[in-house]
Every structure is written in structure tokens, then in C-alpha cells.
Design a binder for this molecule. Structure first.
Ligand SMILES: Nc1ncnc2c1ncn2[C@@H]1O[C@H](COP(=O)(O)OP(=O)(O)OP(=O)(O)O)[C@@H](O)[C@H]1O
Ligand SMILES: [Mg+2]
Length: 331
């Protein structure tokens, strides 16, 4: 891939994880748009069967098939794929055993259910297998089909097991096609072509999950990628005002005078009280956020901040987040 001087040049598989609800699907979609911009081709993959990508791009449910869903800024295409583990299993059986029809019968008999729900390691290897196949796939000219693949992955608590496929299928298969398949997946996941990014908010629980997730990933022999701090609110006040507000020294009398001077004499003092309380609340939150930022900074990983979109995430908002990702050098 031609270089364009981002923090992740050379990475072809971007795995996006984080605590539930922190914005994994949103950031994965924005990252895909950012990576595609300037005429590239990027595949956005989801694995949880919840049709989150379709929802975010305002599309009908996606089939188990790669299709173009968006055009990136200054050209470039985002394709999407919603992986259905059952379909992935049938495809796998056809690929290795030429038994797609048998596979259909096995579905009816509940054997696919067994493989996908009772043996979650096998389910995961099918999903990661499909994803890494898209990463490796080449066209007739020998060039890779996709410049990058972005995976909207399971949450932090499950990410290491999800990616550590060889470990997980070791008990299922020591030799044969499943083993070969998982070795191939593992090779991609552990290579410098893969980065695992963490999405977090500046709140205690998601930050703790991020730090735990990073540690767990490292102990599985997988280096973490970047940290994306999502839903960052603008700081409304200068530092000095925040400091005094936290200490409860925000000057209510002065505020009352200010309100009166502005022509609000009725109830100026109670308005000033209420305002001062809001300022104190905002200040307390800012202090907590600063502490969370400091905890994350211990990791010395590349980190990016994405604004809280106050009107929610529509398509325009998604492009706005993609732009923030680009200008900070993440794509
Ligand atoms: N930067 C943002 N500004 C405003 N709202 C956001 C932002 N990012 C995400 N959201 C909203 O937060 C909610 C959760 O986002 P999203 O679905 O992407 O999270 P998730 O981590 O994928 O959740 P889940 O764990 O359920 O898959 C959504 O309603 C989304 O629109
Ligand atoms: Mg999601």
C-alpha cells in the first residue's frame, strides 16, 4: 500500500473493540470512511449479527455478501459485510469438504448450532477466518482487493479469546483443515498488518476495561493499537474558572451583579445560584475526565479524541468523525 504518513501505515486489518456502548460500531464506520478517503477501497465487517452497520448508514439489513455502502471523502469506497456464523460455517464446509448440501442438512439437525454455540472457539475461527481471508484476498493482477479491512469486533471482555484463535481451537483440532485454517488466521492477526484499537469514554468503567483489555491482549502476545477517546465534550470554561468552581469558590455575588447588569434583575440571585451549581458540576466532571485521561496516558499508545455529537450520529456526523480521525493522523 502506498504510504500516506499516518500512524497505521502498513496496517491492513483494524480491529475495533471497547466496552459495550462506547461507540465501537460508530468509530469502526468512521474509521472505514477515513481509511477509504482519497480513492481507496475498504471493507467494514461486523460479526455480532445485529445489523449495526446497516442502521448507522441508514440501509436495509445487509446480506452475507460484500457490497458497497458508502463513498468516502474525495473518492474511495466503503464496502460492508455482516458475517453470519452459520453461513460462514456452510461456506467453510464447502471450501474444505465440498459438502455445502450436507451442511444444509447438518443445519437442520442442529449440528451447526452445536458448532457455533457450543464450541464458541470454532464459531470465532469461522468469523475471523472470513475476515482475514478478505484481508489477504488478491485480484488477478496480484494486488490486494482491499487496502484495509475494519472489523467491528466483540467487546473488550471477549476480544483476546476472539483473536487468540489457535489457542481456542487447540482443543478442537490438532491437525487437519480446521487447524490449518486457524494457523492462517493467527498469522494475519499476529502480524504487523493487524492493529487492535480500543474505544473508550472518559469515564471510570470504560477506562478500566480498556486498561484491562490492553493488558490481556499483551499477555496473549498481541500488541495493542490505538486508543480512541469517544464522545469528548468541549471544555466550556477556562482552567482558572474551573479550578475555583471545584473548590466551591465560584463567586455567586459577582454573578448576581453580572446578571443584574445584563438586565435580569428578577430572580437574579437564584439564577446565579443555579448557574454556579451547574458550573461546579461541569468543573467536577472536567476534573474526573482529566484523571481518566492521565490513566490512559500511562499506556503511551497513540491516542485520538472524537467529539460528542450533540445531535446524535447521522451520516453527516459520521463524516465529521472520519474527518477528526484523518486530521489526527489515525488514517
Ligand atoms: N461521538 C459520538 N457522539 C454522539 N453520539 C455517539 C458518538 N459515538 C457514538 N454515539 C452514540 O452512542 C450509541 C452507542 O454507539 P455504538 O452503537 O457505536 O456503540 P457500540 O460500542 O458499538 O455499542 P454495542 O456495544 O451495543 O455494540 C449510539 O446511539 C451512537 O449513535
Ligand atoms: Mg456495536
Amino acid at each position: 500500500m502506498d504510504s500516506r504518513d499516518t500512524d497505521w501505515d502498513g496496517v491492513r486489518l483494524h480491529v475495533v473493540t471497547g466496552k459495550g456502548g462506547t461507540g465501537k460500531t460508530t468509530v469502526a464506520a468512521a474509521l472505514a470512511l477515513a481509511l477509504a478517503s482519497g480513492g481507496r477501497k475498504v471493507l467494514l465487517v461486523e460479526v455480532e449479527g445485529r445489523q449495526g452497520i446497516a442502521q448507522i448508514f441508514d440501509l436495509p439489513p445487509l446480506p452475507y455478501e460484500e457490497r458497497r455502502i458508502a463513498v468516502a471523502p474525495s473518492g474511495g469506497d466503503v464496502y460492508a459485510l455482516a458475517i453470519d456464523p452459520e453461513e460462514a460455517m456452510l461456506e467453510y464446509m464447502e471450501m474444505f469438504y465440498g459438502m455445502r448440501r450436507a451442511g444444509r442438512a447438518l443445519t437442520k439437525m442442529g449440528i451447526v448450532d452445536f458448532a457455533t454455540t457450543v464450541a464458541p472457539g470454532f464459531r470465532d475461527v469461522l468469523v475471523t477466518g472470513k475476515t482475514t481471508e478478505a484481508v489477504r484476498r488478491r485480484g488477478k493482477n496480484g494486488k490486494r482487493i482491499y487496502d484495509a479491512v475494519v472489523l467491528d469486533a466483540p467487546p473488550t471482555g471477549r476480544i483476546s479469546r476472539f483473536l487468540n484463535v489457535t489457542q481456542e481451537v487447540a482443543g478442537l483440532a490438532r491437525v487437519g483443515p480446521i487447524k490449518n485454517h486457524s494457523d492462517l488466521v493467527s498469522k494475519v492477526v499476529k502480524s504487523p498488518e493487524t492493529a487492535v484499537h480500543f474505544i473508550t469514554l472518559l469515564e471510570e468503567m470504560p477506562v478500566q476495561e480498556t486498561l484491562d483489555g490492553i493488558a490481556e491482549l499483551r499477555s496473549a502476545g498481541l500488541p495493542p493499537g490505538g486508543i480512541f477517546i469517544n464522545m469528548v465534550r468541549e471544555s466550556l470554561l477556562p482552567q482558572a474558572a474551573l479550578d475555583s468552581a471545584v473548590k466551591g469558590r465560584f463567586d455567586v455575588a459577582e454573578l448576581t451583579l453580572g446578571l443584574k447588569a445584563a438586565g435580569l434583575s428578577d430572580g437574579a440571585s437564584s439564577t446565579a445560584e443555579a448557574l454556579a451549581e451547574e458550573v461546579a458540576e461541569h468543573a467536577r466532571r472536567t476534573v474526573l475526565e482529566r484523571a481518566e485521561r492521565a490513566s490512559l496516558a500511562q499506556e503511551t499508545l497513540p491516542s485520538y479524541e472524537l467529539p460528542l455529537l450533540t445531535d446524535g450520529v447521522d451520516l453527516a456526523g459520521l463524516y465529521e468523525l472520519a474527518e477528526a480521525i484523518r486530521t489526527q493522523g489515525a488514517a
